[in-house]
Each structure stands twice: as structure tokens, then as C-alpha cells.
Design a protein around this ligand. Structure first.
Ligand SMILES: [Fe+2]
Length: 223
């Protein structure tokens, strides 16, 4: 019976956001027009935004999630920690690749953009496998060591550590990536922790992120 009761998955929503941001950015990088400076600037800006979010995500998991795992099962976060160190190294290399595209022209830019596109694809592939490991192996450890209430508190501490503009940047990818019932849980939860005026202001910021059909579903869930 125990196995049939779903446990709280603190990775679920943020990893959906990251998968969406990563794959969208990879596609954008693949179709970037190197001869169009404006398109190149926008696309490279998105790549930089992705790398920044990935770096922040690694920091959150290291400081809050791995610390919690190691506190009750020393060494249980070792594999994830090791993979995070490698991801940080690759993020630095990708930033160097972005700079190389930015500061080149003509054929050299085409070549540098192709290099960045392929290296980004490998980074995305590694992250997709890494997130699967976290959602299975790390969750198995977390569920054995912590109650759902404690897991929600750890996630709450991560959210509270971020400034509002970072939260909005995350929601920009998270909200469209979730299914309607998950959106209801996310936004409904935020409503409980905010003054009504601030909540409605935030809804207006989020509204353009969803098509009208999905927005109606969200309003129905919130009502
Ligand atoms: Fe991770």
C-alpha cells in the first residue's frame, strides 16, 4: 500500500522548466541567423540566460538538497555532487563559446555558432540524464529520510532565497511547461502566500505566457 501513495517530488516542476528552457534554447541556437546581428544577439542572450539559470539551480540543489541528503545519509549526494561539478565546468566552456560567436563575423561566426550548438546539445543531453537520476535515485533517498512536510520546507527555503525577478524568470519557463493541474497547484500555492493585490499583479505578468485555452483552464482551477 505504501508504494501506491505518491510522495512529494520537489524536482518535478523546476525540472520541467529546465527541460523546456534547454530544448527551446537548443532549437533557437540551431536556427540562429549568423548574418543577422539582432537575431544573433537575442539568441545568445537566451543561451546566457539558460546558463545563468542552470548555475543557480546547481547552487540551490547543492546548498539545500544535497546538504539535507548528506545530513541524514552521509555520502548519499556524492554522485549528484560530482556531476554538478562537471556541469559547472561545462557551463564555463559554453560561456566562452558564446563569447567566441559574439566576437566573430562571417565564416568564423558560422563555425563558432556550429560549435556552440553541438556543445549545447551535449550539455542538454547530459542534463536530461542527470535530472532522471535525481528524480529516481535522489528522490528514493529523500523519501526514505524525510517526510513530505520536511521536503516542502526544503523547497520553500530554496524559493525564499531568490529575489522576485529570478522567480518571475523561472515562472516564464515553468508555467507553460506544466500541465493544467500542476499549474493550478503552483499558482494556487502562490496565492496563499501573497497579498491579493500582489497576486493579481503577478497574474497579469504571467498571462501572456499561456494561450487563451490554457489560461481559461487555470482560471477555472483557481476559482
Ligand atoms: Fe542536479
Amino acid at each position: 500500500m505504501q508504494a501506491m501513495i505518491p510522495r512529494y517530488d520537489m524536482y518535478a516542476f523546476i525540472h520541467k522548466a529546465l527541460r523546456a528552457f534547454m530544448t527551446d534554447t537548443l532549437l533557437s541556437m540551431g536556427r540562429m541567423d549568423c548574418e543577422d546581428d539582432a537575431d544573433t544577439a537575442v539568441t545568445l542572450g537566451q543561451v546566457r540566460g539558460l546558463l545563468e539559470m542552470c548555475r543557480a539551480h546547481l547552487d540551490h540543489e547543492n546548498r539545500f538538497v544535497h546538504t539535507a541528503m548528506d545530513a541524514r545519509a552521509p555520502g548519499s549526494a556524492d554522485r549528484a555532487e560530482k556531476e554538478h561539478r562537471e556541469h559547472l565546468r561545462v557551463i564555463d566552456l559554453l560561456e566562452t563559446d558564446v563569447f567566441a560567436v559574439e566576437h566573430s563575423h562571417g565564416e568564423k561566426r558560422e563555425h563558432a555558432a556550429g560549435q556552440l550548438y553541438r556543445q549545447l546539445a551535449v550539455f542538454v543531453a547530459e542534463n536530461l540524464e542527470h535530472m532522471q537520476m535525481e528524480e529516481t535515485d535522489n528522490n528514493r533517498v529523500l523519501w526514505a529520510l524525510y517526510t513530505d512536510e520536511e521536503l516542502r520546507a526544503i523547497e520553500g527555503a530554496i524559493v525564499a532565497s531568490q529575489p522576485p525577478e529570478k522567480m518571475i524568470a523561472t515562472l516564464r519557463w515553468m508555467l507553460p511547461a506544466l500541465n493544467p493541474s500542476e499549474r493550478g497547484l503552483l499558482i494556487g500555492g502562490m496565492r496563499q502566500g501573497m497579498p491579493a493585490e500582489a497576486f493579481h499583479g503577478m497574474l497579469e505578468v504571467l498571462r501572456p505566457l499561456l494561450g487563451s485555452g490554457d489560461w481559461c483552464k487555470l482560471e477555472r482551477v483557481l476559482a
